[in-house]
Write a protein that binds this ligand. Structure first.
Ligand code: HEM
Length: 431
């Protein structure tokens, strides 16, 4: 029996599913470039049978776009939406009856998904966000002031890129500042459970069982916390998004407790480590290119372009998974109904067929139709908020910083799902 040419050789496949490979960005991009060139729709099978379900890795921009937009042909359910080991899926099924520990917008398909999405869609549109712009700007200025106080040498992730988006999301959810460290730890356990520094365990090589137990513990704590918050918002509604979720009805009925908790958890978690990663990436790019920094400092109309390019360049959500509803052909490969697929945003956003010189941070890149927010029915609900937050923060930072340069080695998280810088040492002088 010959070897199926669509199957990626094990050493390369391992790099796609190994969280440690995601800490080495340039090597990771080399890997994706090679895969995209040799076999843009490639099958990944486990070395050891039963470790995980085989899946198709999709690396070309056009293919990721096509799959993202066709939500009838490529489903978020029933297989997990994030790459998972079989042990993790079994654990989740035993604990909750579902393949995913949290059921939320990202897990649902039509007809449920649009009903749930509609509940908060308007809240996240620019017209409504304008109401909170003043508050977010104030927070951005306070963050910039604190950064200057901590300078001239500081870890930008610890002092700025980490805490600022966390506070914004917690503010819209009505979570008081004293509960933030707990929320931050829980999110990192949920998203970056594999990273020894971020998970709070100090354990570097956790088994899939250990990771999933950590994640399950985080989910239970989140659920209890948000159940109490929802009760408060039902008794005393405000105009925050927490109140919208607490008082929402679907088909005339309030959300079941698990769905309500899932809604809070997705907003609480999706909104900050992602924005932190793009914020840190933007600053890293500017710090290593004084000419580009000087240009944007002098001309703030360049900011929206910088924000967009930072989001593409960092692609903090590194992949999502889909399941084929029917047999379908993609990139010359026959995909069968039920096959699991990884749409890889890092690879798609570095596809040279779509982006000239994709590894270059180009503030003037135009057009910049990146896929970092996804596309189609599940496209990021918080994309306007993320853009607004980053723009307001950089307006404040550019007012306060005269010069900025790297002051040590930047480090990336080890995570296959949400990734980015976990430390960015900088030296700044104030304006
Ligand atoms: C979904 C990326 C910020 C809330 C997504 C998806 C991606 C993504 C790739 C999945 C899209 C798809 O399947 O097509 C990002 C990035 C961000 C960011 C890169 C920052 C730079 C935020 C913020 C919030 C948020 C600030 C809210 C506070 C959500 C929610 C979903 C989502 C609720 C699920 C939407 C659905 O399934 O209908 N995001 N996101 N995100 N994001 Fe974001």
């Amino acid at each position: 029996m010959g070897v199926d040419p669509a199957i990626l050789p094990t050493p390369i496949a391992k790099r796609v599913i190994d969280p440690h490979a995601y800490a080495e960005w340039d090597t990771l991009l080399d890997t994706f470039d090679k895969i995209r060139e040799d076999s843009p729709v490639a099958k990944i099978v486990p070395e050891e049978e039963g470790l995980f379900e085989p899946f198709w890795l999709i690396t070309r921009y056009d293919d990721v776009m096509r799959i993202s937009k066709d939500n009838a042909a490529f489903l978020n359910n029933p297989k997990p939406v994030v790459f998972s080991f079989n042990k993790a899926i079994e654990f989740s099924r035993a604990a909750t009856g579902s393949n995913m520990l949290v059921d939320s917008l990202v897990v649902f398909d039509a007809p449920i998904h649009p009903k749930y999405r509609k509940l908060t869609q308007d809240w996240f549109m620019p017209r409504n966000l304008a109401r909170i712009e003043g508050e977010v700007r104030e927070l951005a200025h306070r963050t910039a002031d604190r950064m200057i106080e901590r300078g001239p040498e500081l870890d930008f992730v610890k002092e700025v890129a980490g805490p600022y988006p966390l506070r914004v999301v917690m503010q819209i959810l009505g979570v008081p500042p004293e509960d933030e460290p707990r929320m931050q730890m829980l999110t990192q356990q949920l998203f970056g459970g594999q990273d020894a520094d971020l998970s709070g365990t100090g354990m570097d090589d956790m088994t899939p069982e250990q990771v999933v137990q950590l994640v399950a513990g985080a989910v239970t704590t989140f659920e209890d916390y948000f159940a109490a918050l929802a009760e408060q918002r039902r008794a005393n509604p405000t105009d925050d998004v927490a109140s919208v979720i607490a008082n929402a009805t679907v088909d005339g009925k309030p959300l079941p407790p698990r769905d309500m908790a899932g809604y809070y958890i997705i907003v609480a978690t999706a909104g900050h480590d992602t924005t932190s990663a793009s914020t840190a990436g933007a600053m890293q790019a500017l710090a290593s290119d004084p000419e580009q920094f000087a240009r944007v400092k002098a001309d703030r109309s360049l900011l929206p372009g910088i924000v967009e390019e930072a989001i593409r360049w960092t692609s903090p959500v590194q992949h999502f998974m889909r399941t084929a509803a029917d047999d379908v052909e993609i990139g010359g490969q026959q995909i069968k109904a039920g096959d699991w697929m990884m749409i890889n945003y890092v690879a798609a956003n570095h596809d040279p067929a779509q982006f000239e010189n994709p590894r270059r941070f180009d503030a003037a890149r135009s057009p910049n139709r990146h896929l970092a927010f996804g596309a189609g029915a599940h496209q990021c609900l918080g994309l306007h908020l993320a853009r607004m937050e980053m723009r307001l923060l950089f307006e404040a930072l550019l007012d306060r910083i005269e010069t900025v340069e790297p002051a040590g080695e930047a480090k990336r998280a080890t995570s296959t799902f949400v990734g980015g810088l976990k430390s960015l040492p900088l030296r700044i002088t104030s304006a």
